[in-house]
Write a protein that binds this ligand. Structure first.
Ligand SMILES: Cc1ncc(COP(=O)(O)O)c(C=O)c1O
Length: 391
């Protein structure tokens, strides 16, 4: 008989994957043959730009990359990261000391608590927020303290609300703007306020800049590192997944505070060697070549945003347009929970949205819709919802 090995206490302590049940419900509906419009996920629908694919195709044939990559990654990629930050944000970083190459943003975000905190330490987490922050905190056996993001505060945390004894025990603060799930953006002033709060309590700020390229209405999202003193107190995580539609490639980087970069590199020395060299070469190509593809992608998402928001307003749904990211954060009608409402849309309209409660307690009252399908399908989703007569 096959022996069942029980999972460790550590594995059992990991947060439940809330969205797994939604994925199952959607798969069941699809298997029944329904035409489902899935706005529930965050997987970019466009392909990687051809010049990046071509760079990869060429690099794959280079025998240099068939060997182990150097530990901590190739210097050419770290120099490309430094050139990118200088060009895009006017921020100077030392490529060898202030850049770490990551196996996707998720890996870095999960690694950082293991690098910096001890069991029982507190990590400040945005609520609602990206659930993978919780995983790294659980792996480090640390505790979470939630920072509510409220519409009336433009989905920014209010540092005055954090009790003194919590701030004193906090070691890390996660932030993410443009924000998943709310679509909110942050200003340089907000990041400067963050730096002074974090410096007061010695908290390491980890700014997840996953949607850094995606700002609407002509506004380029601000990098945390543009704030005065940011590098002294934190790091920024930047992924290729969204800017260049490279989610499947698993490549990202951390930039900022030297001691945090050294800690990430040390942990990764124990876990891995480094990414496949050809991926590193294609990633450098993405950063250093024309950013026209990024402008086109942002224009595509903005057109989709306009279509969805206009269509929802036309059916009487009072929604706010996101300023960045590729998500719309939509209030559920009075008297519904986010989960019941998303189940209802799936059942009756065959439209999938992600219930806000899956992103934390303060996500209740909202659902998240992704802009990752064509304008025609977004319009159709609104038309199907209109027929339910809810608004
Ligand atoms: C807020 C946020 N951070 C990080 C990530 C991780 O991106 P990746 O691991 O593909 O770099 C995502 C992906 O959906 C995200 O939404």
């Amino acid at each position: 008989m096959m022996k069942q090995f029980p999972p460790s206490e550590l594995l059992q302590s990991l947060p439940k994957q809330f969205f797994a049940s939604l994925v199952n419900k959607v798969a069941k509906k699809m298997a029944e043959g329904h035409d489902i419009i899935n706005l529930g996920q965050g997987n970019p629908d466009q392909p990687t730009p051809p010049h990046i694919v071509a760079a990869m195709q060429k690099a794959v044939a280079n025998p240099k990359y068939h060997k182990y990559s150097p530990f901590q990654g190739y210097s050419f990629l770290k120099r490309a990261v430094a050139a990118f930050y200088e060009r895009e944000y006017g921020v100077t970083v030392d490529p060898e000391k202030e850049v770490a190459i990551l196996f996707g943003g998720k890996a870095g975000l999960v690694e950082i608590p293991q690098c910096l905190v001890n069991p029982g330490d507190i990590v400040l987490v945005p609520d609602p927020g990206y659930p993978d922050y919780w995983s790294g905190i659980a792996l480090a056996r640390a505790k979470m303290a939630m920072m509510p993001l409220r519409a009336e505060n433009e989905f920014l945390p209010d540092y005055e609300e954090i009790p003194e004894n919590v701030a004193e025990k906090a070691k890390i603060m996660f932030l993410n703007y443009p924000n998943n799930p709310t679509g909110a953006v942050a200003s340089q002033e907000f990041f400067e306020e963050t730096v002074s709060f974090a410096a007061k309590y010695g908290i390491c700020v980890v700014h997840d800049f996953a949607y850094g390229a995606i700002g609407f209405d002509g506004r380029k999202p601000v990098s945390f590192l543009q704030a005065e003193g940011a590098k002294e107190i934190g790091v920024e995580i930047y992924t290729f997944s969204k800017t260049y539609n490279m989610a499947g490639w698993r490549v990202a980087f951390a930039v900022g505070n030297e001691s945090v970069i050294a800690a990430i590199n040390l942990l990764q020395d124990h876990l891995y060697v480094s990414l496949f060299g050809a991926i590193q070469e294609a990633a450098a190509t993405a950063l250093l070549s024309s950013q026209r593809c990024v402008e086109e992608l942002v224009a595509l998402y903005e057109a989709r945003r306009n279509t969805l928001i206009d269509a929802l307003r036309q059916i009487g749904w009072d929604v706010t347009a996101p300023k960045g990211s590729f998500f719309a954060w939509l209030p559920v009608p009075h008297g519904w929970t986010s989960e019941r409402f998303s189940d209802y849309l799936l059942e009756k309209a065959h439209v999938v949205v992600a219930p806000g409660i899956g992103f934390g307690g303060h996500g209740e009252g909202y659902v998240r819709a992704g802009l990752l399908t064509s304008e025609a399908r977004l319009q159709e989703a609104a038309d199907r919802i209109a027929k339910l007569g809810l608004f």
